[in-house]
Design a protein around this ligand. Structure first.
Ligand code: GZL
Length: 316
C-alpha cells in the first residue's frame, strides 16, 4: 500500500526544505562550517532556512520551534551545549520532522530524538594534542622554564558545557594519564576562552600575570584562542612558539600562518567541511533510506615544519 504522503518532500522531486540552526560566528572554524553548509545546500538543490543563534541556546530552541511551525522537511543544528534539548527535539519528533545533529554532540534521555550525528571525534583530537606535545618536548629536549622537574601547562578551554570542550579536555588528560611521562607534566591552570580570539587573549594575559615565568606549554581548545594568546605572550615580552610551546585544534589558515611565522608549534585538524555529508544524509533520510547514526569526517595533525608546504592546499 502506498505510504501515506506526509506532504514532506524527499520521495518525489519537490524541493527539500531544511531548517538549520547554527550557533554563531565565534571563530574562523565556525565561519568555514557555515560556508560549507550553505554551499552544499545550494549544490544539492535544498532550500536552506538558516538561523544564527548569536551563541545563545534559547535562540536555537526558538529557531527549531519556528522550523517546526513552518513545517520544514528536516531540521539540522549544531548544539552549542550538550544538554537542554530533550523537550524541543520531542516536539520535532511529534511533528514527524527528522533531526540531524551536526558538529557538536547532544546528551539526551532518548537518543531516538535524532536520526544521525555528523561531526568530529573531539576525544581523539584531545589525545592527538597530548601525544604530539609528549613527542615534541622529548625531541627538543626542552628544560622546564622554572628549573623544576615538570613542564607547566596552561589550557584555554572552549565553550563551557559544549561537548567539544568537555571531550577535548578528557582526551588530553586521558592520553597524559596513559603516558609513561605523565609525571613530567603539571596543569597549572585551565579556563574557558569561549573559543574566541579576544577572550583567549584576555585569559592568557591573566595566566601570564599569575604564572608568566613558569609556563612551558599552552594547549588551546581552538586556533582562534591560540592566536589571541600569541598576542598576549608577545605583549608580555616572551617568544610564542619558543619560550612557550603552543598547540591548538582546528587547522584554520590563521594558525598555519602563525606556524610559518615561528609563533606556534602545531595544530590538530578538526574538519568543518561537513556540508556535503549533511545534505547527502538529509536526502537519504527523506528518501526513507537507512543512515549511520554517527559519522566522523576525516582529520589530521599539522606540525609547524609542514605548515608552509600545506597552507596553499588548505580549504578553510
Ligand atoms: C569543533 C567546533 C568548535 C571549533 C571552534 O567541532 O564545535 O567550535 O573547534 C568552534 O573553533 O568555535
Amino acid at each position: 500500500e502506498q505510504a501515506k504522503d506526509s506532504g514532506k518532500s524527499g520521495g518525489g522531486d519537490k524541493k527539500i526544505t531544511m531548517g538549520f540552526s547554527q550557533i554563531g560566528a565565534e571563530s574562523e572554524w565556525r565561519t568555514a562550517n557555515t560556508e560549507s553548509i550553505k554551499k552544499a545546500a545550494e549544490e544539492a538543490g535544498i532550500n536552506l532556512q538558516f538561523s544564527d543563534a548569536q551563541q545563545k541556546q534559547e535562540n536555537q530552541i526558538k529557531a527549531i520551534r519556528s522550523f517546526i511551525a513552518q513545517g520544514v522537511d528536516i531540521i539540522a543544528f549544531v548544539p552549542i551545549v550538550e544538554t537542554g534539548w530533550d523537550t524541543v527535539l520531542k516536539e520535532a519528533k511529534d511533528a514527524k520532522i527528522p533531526v540531524v545533529v551536526v558538529d557538536r554532540d547532544v546528551k539526551l534521555a532518548d537518543d531516538s530524538l535524532y536520526v544521525a550525528k555528523i561531526g568530529t571525534d573531539s576525544v581523539k583530537e584531545g589525545n592527538n594534542v597530548f601525544k604530539w606535545i609528549d613527542e615534541y618536548m622529548a625531541k627538543e629536549k626542552k628544560t622546564p622554564r622554572d628549573g623544576g622537574s615538570q613542564y607547566n601547562v596552561v589550557v584555554l578551554e572552549g565553550t563551557v558545557g559544549s561537548s567539544v570542550a568537555i571531550r577535548r579536555q578528557e582526551g588530553f588528560k586521558d592520553a597524559m594519564a596513559k603516558s609513561p611521562n605523565a609525571g613530567k607534566y603539571n596543569i597549572l591552570a585551565s579556563q574557558t576562552g569561549e573559543f574566541t580570539r579576544q577572550k583567549g587573549q584576555e585569559v592568557m594575559e591573566s595566566f601570564l600575570k599569575s604564572y608568566g615565568p613558569k609556563i612551558d606549554i599552552l594547549f588551546a581548545h581552538n586556533d582562534d584562542m591560540a592566536l589571541g594568546a600569541i598576542q598576549a605572550i608577545e605583549k608580555a615580552g616572551l617568544k610564542p612558539g619558543k619560550d612557550i610551546t603552543i598547540i591548538s585544534i582546528d587547522g584554520v589558515k590563521g594558525m598555519f600562518q602563525a606556524m610559518i611565522d615561528g609563533k606556534a608549534n602545531c595544530t590538530v585538524e578538526c574538519n568543518p567541511l561537513q556540508g556535503k555529508l549533511l545534505m547527502e544524509t538529509a536526502k537519504k533520510i527523506l528518501a526513507g533510506e537507512k543512515v549511520e547514526k554517527l559519522v566522523y569526517v576525516d582529520e589530521g595533525v599539522f606540525p609547524a615544519d609542514v605548515a608552509a608546504k600545506t597552507l596553499p592546499e588548505r580549504k578553510y
